[in-house]
Design a protein around this ligand. Structure first.
Ligand code: NAP
Length: 299
């Protein structure tokens, strides 16, 4: 397969590159897949003509869309741009994939839910986004499903972190070294997801027979690390593993107002992806440990 991965400089895009390179090195990559990684400089999702132009000259068997407008607070102001990248560009990618008879794996978010459920979310629960970013992501999901009733997969993930780019883990490490004390929200619950684990899961799906079977109905799958925690617990564990002596005080969402509202509890049930593709779900603490070990080596 000729596989396009968008968002090559983002957390997930870089994690997929790392995993593909590691697989090639140890000789696991027996399938004759050719990966092309594209960044905004190659394929600008904010421009309809850039997208058309790129695919006029390139044809793929599979598109993995890791690019997105991910600035949750800024999206409240830049709703037009967020909608173009997270919704209209996804619609265009779905239309192109359909015309090229390519498959599409698209990444979405737990934030499509309002977070008010007391049970873990399953894929068929009704979304109810509560901020601009999440509304654009849901619109992207819906446009994709309408244009590609077959041959696509949407993976909803949550609280992504990695050794790349900006994320909660790296921010906490920086702040924890600068300060003796800081606060973190303890009434928003979710599951941290190590981007390398998600990259591994995506590559596992691609290798799976069920993915390769023709004309599979388009499906949504939940994927995150295992465990349900607050940002406060997450910060405490980061400092513990990094041996940083910084006190973390719990605060409420009300005490930490942000431009975009956040869902209260987005814990997702992962049974479907485990059952269909035999995907292993890693415990959030062990994955955090793996990421922190890599970050330590980079210091
Ligand atoms: N981060 C999270 O906590 C989280 C949680 C749930 C779901 N997700 C979803 O998971 C996916 C991957 O997230 P991530 O954390 O890897 O995101 P990320 O690190 O912010 O990377 C997003 C990538 O999209 C690219 N991009 C932005 N605008 C673009 C444009 N106009 N044209 C082309 N590329 C553009 C960025 O390019 P530049 O590098 O050039 O800016 C960046 O490389 C996204 O779909 C996101 O919505 C993320």
């Amino acid at each position: 397969m000729k596989i396009l991965v968008t968002g090559k400089n983002g957390q997930l895009g870089r994690s997929i590159q790392k995993t593909v390179n590691a697989d090639t090195k140890i000789g696991n990559n027996q399938s004759p897949n050719e990966y092309i990684f594209a960044g905004r400089e190659d394929l600008d999702l904010s421009s309809k003509s850039s997208i058309s132009h790129y695919f006029d000259n390139n044809k793929f068997d599979l598109i993995i869309n890791c690019a997105a407008y991910t600035q949750v607070d800024k999206a409240e102001q830049e709703i037009g741009l967020a909608d173009q990248i997270n919704h209209l560009a996804v619609k265009q990618l779905a239309s192109i994939a359909s015309n090229q008879q390519a498959r599409l794996i698209h990444i979405s978010t737990d934030y499509v839910f309002d977070g008010e459920s007391d049970k873990p979310y399953i894929e068929t629960d009704t979304p109810n986004p509560i901020n601009a970013y999440s509304r654009t992501k849901l619109a992207g999901e819906k446009a994709l499903q309408a244009l590609m009733p077959i041959n696509a997969i949407i993976i909803r993930t949550s609280w992504l972190y990695s050794e790349y780019g900006n994320n909660f883990v790296k921010t906490m490490l920086r702040l924890g070294r600068e300060r003796d004390e800081l606060s973190a929200v303890n009434d928003q619950m979710g599951s941290p997801t190590y981007a390398t684990d998600l990259a591994d899961a995506i590559l596992e799906i691609i290798r799976h027979k069920k993915f390769r079977d023709v004309a599979q109905t388009t499906q949504i799958y939940n994927y995150s690390g295992e465990g349900e925690i607050s940002w406060h617990e997450f910060a405490k564990e980061i400092f513990k593993l990094a041996e940083i002596d910084c006190k973390v005080s719990p605060i409420t969402t009300q005490q930490y107002p942000t431009p975009a509202k956040r869902p209260r509890n987005t814990f997702m049930n992962k049974d479907k992806i485990v059952k269909v593709f035999n995907i292993k779900i890693s415990n959030w603490k062990s994955s955090l440990n793996t990421c922190m070990t890599i970050l330590k080596k980079q210091q």
